[in-house]
Design a protein around this ligand. Structure first.
Ligand SMILES: *[C@@H]1O[C@H](CO)[C@@H](O)[C@H](O)[C@H]1NC(C)=O
Ligand SMILES: *[C@@H]1O[C@H](CO)[C@@H](O)[C@H](O)[C@H]1NC(C)=O
Ligand SMILES: *[C@@H]1O[C@H](CO)[C@@H](O)[C@H](O)[C@H]1NC(C)=O
Ligand SMILES: *[C@@H]1O[C@H](CO)[C@@H](O)[C@H](O)[C@H]1NC(C)=O
Ligand SMILES: *[C@@H]1O[C@H](CO)[C@@H](O)[C@H](O)[C@H]1NC(C)=O
Ligand SMILES: *[C@@H]1O[C@H](CO)[C@@H](O)[C@H](O)[C@H]1NC(C)=O
Ligand SMILES: *[C@@H]1O[C@H](CO)[C@@H](O)[C@H](O)[C@H]1NC(C)=O
Ligand SMILES: *[C@@H]1O[C@H](CO)[C@@H](O)[C@H](O)[C@H]1NC(C)=O
Ligand SMILES: *[C@@H]1O[C@H](CO)[C@@H](O)[C@H](O)[C@H]1NC(C)=O
Ligand SMILES: *[C@@H]1O[C@H](CO)[C@@H](O)[C@H](O)[C@H]1NC(C)=O
Ligand SMILES: *[C@@H]1O[C@H](CO)[C@@H](O)[C@H](O)[C@H]1NC(C)=O
Ligand SMILES: *[C@@H]1O[C@H](CO)[C@@H](O)[C@H](O)[C@H]1NC(C)=O
Length: 714
């Protein structure tokens, strides 16, 4: 008995020695109180209990030092819910606490944690649902005047509110990184960080509601490397003092109300010789890009988009040879692009100059940027012909040059067809009044997915070479003067799902081939845009930004042409179509009832044609139909009543004197209400057949209720 007791004691001692000393009861109990306080622990309590005998140092997520003192609690993404218990403060030796990516709620007991765990170095509670204000840390509240060790505090992506307590940061004299992004803090941006902590290096206050100016005191932070406070309500000028913080590598203040200019200061931005990333987009900055920018030799990313900046680009920009991204869109920059020698920018991947006032031609030096993926020159005043040297841009995936004054579309297509990676080509609103090249030697464009040649007033026919673009998904040829028929080869483009050929002079009938387009006849409505090629947001119209798939619905738009004949009943095959527009043509005949098969239809516009007969009652089943227009035709009979149609107003039906219904203020007579007279022969046959079957089965007569039947025909 005594022997076995002794053996057990030895065994226990051995096992303890192999794991280091077990944690003290106090620490064990603190951890158990923490987990007991949770409303959901993701099985943590069980996991800890089942390893209970071994002492808490071997528990999941817990690490101890050699003396059995808990130094780390690391439970990120563990499915924890409920409050962060102040009991964790009883872990007197805790150095690292990581509870990020859980669903913890309530307040963060930072004060208790810091006052008892004085060695705490890193606290990461990001991505939780913690709320409330951060309370001011008082020296009296237990910190006892001892310096705090805290270096990293990540409270980002929570629901914190209130002002930032400035005294707290004064107390944190070891702080290196503070991340409070994506909360709801308001008030002034604090500046006291580097007064007490000389090594302060990372401040991220993005996506809050801070207002006022960027504090000049940050200029005293000699170790500051990362400064982010985008998406706030900051105003005022970019403080000159900040140019003193010459360690800065990353400055990001997009979407605030900063104003003033960058070239007025004595020291100037050139002092930030380590700067790699500068994002001041979406502010109210004016003035020029300072010449001194050329001294930022490490600059990789430059976002000055959506400001009021103007003037010519400084030629010194060509000295920033590490630039990868230049984004100057939506400003008032002007002058010749040729002022800059782009050939030195061999790392450049994105050059976005959308919506400016640049003049002249595309500088030849751009064609040396062999790493360029995305080039957008749209909405400027550039002219001239595209250079054959553009094929040197071997990585070019995205090219947008629309709304300029480029000429010779034949030449443009001939030089671009050999850009092997080109997937998005937007060159509309150029080449005014030229002829669409029909020549067969345009082959290439092997990766083209998106082609926009709209608003060019091009004459000629829809050319056959388009049929060779086997990867084409979206084709926009609207607002030209194209004549001839809708091509029958369109169905051979197996990936094509978005077609806009509106506002042309297309003639002939709607070919049945259109109703066999593979992407529109599939049941699968989902469209996935290739994010690798939509490198920049695509603008349609003047103000919309489209990048998501929903912005490019499955669409056939042949509105405002000269099409004649009837709408083929095969239209019912286009099961996944979302937008159908045949308005303002010269179509005749009836609206095919097969339209009711287009169950994903959101927009149906058949207005301004010569359509006759009734509006098929079955259209009531199109539950996604949000816009419907059949105005200015020669339709007759009752307007379908019911859920979907009750949402349309009289403007959907105007200009059809023989239509009746409450919405057009013309009550239907008895005969019309019965509506049978207006059914097409085919419809009538189907209905009678159904009614007979229905009647035979249920033993009711052939007298039937239109509303009930139309439901069954869905
Ligand atoms: C702790 O218990 C779990 C089971 O709940 C087990 O999978 C794990 O291996 C144990 N860990 C240690 C260190 O014993
Ligand atoms: C906390 O854990 C997450 C997930 O493992 C990790 O990404 C993060 O860097 C950690 N935080 C700190 C401060 O180490
Ligand atoms: C929180 O921020 C710190 C400091 O920037 C960083 O080390 C840590 O990885 C971040 N945590 C997560 C989950 O991103
Ligand atoms: C701050 O945290 C967020 C996650 O909430 C992260 O995306 C961001 O990179 C962090 N900032 C810094 C400077 O580390
Ligand atoms: C911001 O925080 C919320 C939770 O508060 C989170 O769901 C969201 O993903 C975060 N956004 C970013 C950009 O990190
Ligand atoms: C920067 O530090 C200097 C010297 O410590 C001090 O005089 C000055 O007031 C500080 N500037 C700001 C704006 O806090
Ligand atoms: C933004 O800041 C201005 C002052 O700079 C203030 O008048 C305004 O109320 C703030 N707006 C919000 C939404 O906080
Ligand atoms: C910081 O910048 C201010 C204003 O630009 C300047 O007057 C001051 O001398 C600079 N301070 C240091 C320490 O460089
Ligand atoms: C680029 O830098 C060189 C060397 O520092 C300098 O001589 C030249 O003037 C700079 N170029 C421009 C355009 O500023
Ligand atoms: C476009 O260029 C043509 C010919 O070069 C010129 O006649 C026309 O005025 C220019 N249009 C615009 C809007 O600059
Ligand atoms: C347009 O380009 C074609 C093909 O490169 C060329 O043959 C023709 O001369 C050019 N036309 C004009 C007017 O420059
Ligand atoms: C194209 O149609 C428009 C408007 O219907 C008409 O003004 C124009 O003359 C037509 N052009 C051609 C080439 O048929």
């Amino acid at each position: 008995m005594a022997f076995s007791g002794f053996a057990l004691a030895v065994l226990l001692l051995l096992s303890m020695a192999s794991r280091g000393r077990p944690c003290a009861d106090q620490e064990r109990s603190a951890l158990l109180r923490f987990v007991a306080g949770l409303s959901r622990d993701g099985g943590l309590a069980m996991s800890w209990r089942s390893n209970g005998t071994a002492g808490c140092c071997s528990w999941e997520g817990i690490a101890c030092d050699g003396g059995g003192v808990v130094v780390e609690v690391s439970l990120p993404g563990r499915g924890l819910q409920g409050p962060v218990s102040p009991a964790l403060g009883d872990l007197a030796g805790l150095q690292r606490l990581n509870l990020s990516h859980n669903s913890l709620s309530g307040e963060l007991p930072l004060e208790q944690l810091l006052s008892s765990s004085r060695g705490l170095v890193a606290v990461d509670v990001s991505f939780n649902r913690l709320e409330g204000e951060l309370r001011e840390l008082m020296p009296s509240s237990g910190t006892g005047g001892l310096p705090l060790q805290l270096q990293v505090l990540n409270i980002s992506s929570n629901l914190f509110t209130g002002e930032f307590p400035s005294g707290t940061w004064k107390a944190m004299n070891s702080l290196v990184a503070l991340n409070a992004s994506n909360n709801s803090f308001h008030g002034w941006m604090p500046s006291s960080f580097c007064i007490s902590s000389a090594s302060f290096a990372v401040l991220d206050l993005s996506s809050n509601r801070f207002s006022g100016r960027i504090p000049a005191g940050l200029g005293n932070c000699s170790e500051l490397k990362v400064l982010k406070a985008g998406h706030n309500n900051l105003s005022g000028a970019f403080p000159d003092e900040l140019f003193n913080a010459s360690s800065l590598e990353y400055i990001s203040f997009p979407n605030n109300g900063l104003y003033g200019n960058l070239d007025g200061s004595r020291i100037g931005i050139a002092n930030l010789r380590n700067l790699a990333h500068l994002d001041l987009g979406g502010n109210l900055l004016n003035g020029k890009i300072p010449d001194s920018i050329g001294e930022l030799r490490r600059l990789e990313v430059l976002h000055l988009d959506h400001n009021n900046m103007s003037g010519e680009l400084p030629s010194a920009l060509s000295n920033c040879t590490n630039l990868i991204t230049i984004d100057l869109r939506n400003n008032y920059f002007s002058g010749e692009l040729a002022k800059v020698d782009f050939s030195t920018l061999i790392n450049l991947k994105t050059l976005d100059l959308l919506f400016n006032n640049f003049i002249g031609t595309i500088p030849e030096s751009i064609y040396s940027c062999s790493n360029l993926n995305a080039l957008r020159l749209a909405d400027n005043k550039l002219h001239g012909q595209l250079s054959p040297r553009i094929v040197n841009l071997k990585s070019l995936v995205f090219l947008s040059a629309s709304f300029n004054n480029f000429t010779n579309i034949t030449n443009a297509l001939h030089v671009l067809k050999d850009c092997k990676e080109l997937a998005v080509l937007i060159i509309g609103s150029n080449f005014k009044g030229e002829a669409m090249p029909e020549d067969e030697t345009i082959d290439g464009f092997q990766n083209l997915q998106y082609l926009s040649l709209s608003r060019c007033t091009l004459s000629g026919k829809i050319p056959l070479w388009l049929s060779k673009l086997k990867n084409l998904e979206m084709l926009l040829l609207h607002n030209n003067h194209l004549t001839g028929p809708v091509p029958v080869w369109i169905k051979s483009l197996k990936l094509l799902f978005h077609v806009d050929m509106s506002e042309n002079n297309l003639t002939g009938e709607i070919p049945k081939d259109l109703m066999e387009m593979p992407m529109l006849t599939t049941e699968n409505t989902a469209v996935e845009l290739d994010q690798r090629v939509f490198l920049l947001l695509v603008y349609r119209g003047t103000s919309f930004e489209y990048r998501v798939a929903t912005a490019f619905p499955k669409m056939l738009n042949f509105g405002r042409n000269d099409l004649t004949g009837v709408i083929p009943k095969e239209i019912g095959q286009l099961k996944s179509l979302a937008i159908l527009n045949f308005s303002s043509n010269r179509l005749s005949g009836e609206m095919p009832p097969q339209l009711h098969s287009l169950t994903n239809l959101q927009v149906l516009d058949l207005s301004n044609n010569h359509l006759t007969g009734a509006i098929p009652m079955e259209l009531n089943n199109l539950h996604f139909l949000a816009a419907f227009n059949v105005s200015n035709n020669d339709l007759e009979g009752p307007i379908p009543a019911g859920v979907q149609f009750s949402t349309f107003t009289s403007s959907s039906f105007g200009g059809n004197p023989k239509l009746c219904g409450v919405v057009v203020g013309r009550p239907c007579g008895l005969a019309e209400a019965h509506h049978v007279s207006t059914l097409s022969r085919e419809q009538t046959h189907r209905r009678i057949a159904f009614a007979i079957a229905f009647g035979a089965f249920f033993g009711v007569g052939v007298l039937y209720d239109q509303m009930v039947l139309s439901k069954y025909f869905g």
